[in-house]
Ligand binder design. Structure first.
Ligand code: HPA
Length: 277
């Protein structure tokens, strides 16, 4: 057994000893949706610090835990507190939670984030269904392959599952929530981009830019976890307006969009779970 899988198994054992719950849908939620887990019917909570070998933040006051419960009658696990590459973790650490949620039994991974709008047609407060991605951070699959999870050279032609995207698209339509569709690019951060970098990523085909998600989606595809993702456009990317970017602005817009985002996520989870029946 590979060392990397051994570490994962240890984490899984810690989970299994404490929690008797098999989620169908796993959620990793971005800025603005951080409190989503507080509003669902909770069955159990597992602090990251209780899991042996789990990447625990060195940042003081950082909260992190898995919440297990129900969205409608769908069994979910929600990550309250994401692990970001810019915090200094290895990519292996960043995607460990994704792999662990796969081992927990999740069949679908639902990713959300706050992102900067690169496409000139976008506005702050828009939602974008992620159709495809560009990962400019290092691949989380670098290093010894975890053969127990997936192949060395995995296909990435359908990272955001076509059928699941169609479910989310139809859900948004039924709720009358406008939903754009585009390509997400992940840069490492933590600095926001320069105007020249935003021109570059637009030329490359990106519609929205952020500092998470793409690496998680790669790890999910590697281990056979079907993936879907939505970005909340929290700001227009650098250089589009002459305003400097601040985290406060990103947070504020994401918070304002949160009620609608919550509704879209809740209904989508219910509809996505129907595809598992
Ligand atoms: N750039 C990168 N990441 C982000 C942005 C941005 O403009 N907004 C929210 N996350």
């Amino acid at each position: 057994m590979s060392k990397r899988f051994e570490r994962l198994e240890k984490c899984y054992k810690c989970f299994k000893e404490k929690i008797d719950f098999t989620p169908d849908v796993a959620l990793i939620l971005g800025s603005g949706l951080g409190d989503y887990a507080d509003g669902i019917k909770q069955e159990a909570v597992l602090e990251y610090s209780e899991i042996e070998g789990f990447p625990v933040s060195t940042v003081a006051g950082h909260k992190g835990r898995f919440v297990f419960g129900y969205v409608g009658d769908v069994k979910v696990v929600i990550m309250q507190g994401r692990v970001h590459y810019y915090e200094g973790y290895s990519m292996e650490d960043v995607v460990l939670p994704v792999r662990l949620m796969k081992l927990m039994g999740a069949k679908i991974l639902f990713l959300t984030n706050a992102a900067g709008g690169v496409n000139f047609d976008y506005h702050a407060g828009d939602f974008m269904l992620i159709s495809d991605q560009i990962c400019m951070a290092p691949s989380p699959l670098i290093g010894e392959n975890i053969d127990e999870l997936g192949v060395r050279f995995p296909d990435m032609s359908n990272i955001y599952d076509k059928d699941l995207r169609s479910v989310v698209r139809n859900t948004a339509k039924a709720l009358d929530i406008p939903l754009r569709e585009g390509v997400y690019i992940q840069l490492t951060g933590p600095n926001y981009e320069s105007p020249a970098e935003i021109r570059m990523v637009r030329t490359m085909g990106a519609d929205a830019v952020g500092m998470s998600t793409a690496c998680e989606a790669i790890a999910a595809n590697h281990c056979g976890l079907k993936t879907v993702g939505i970005s909340c456009i929290s700001n227009m990317a650098c250089g589009i307006t002459d305003q400097p970017l601040t985290h406060a602005e990103v947070q504020e817009t994401a918070d304002r969009a949160a009620p609608l985002f919550r509704k879209l996520v809740t209904e989508s989870v219910i509809k996505l779970a129907e595809t598992l029946k």
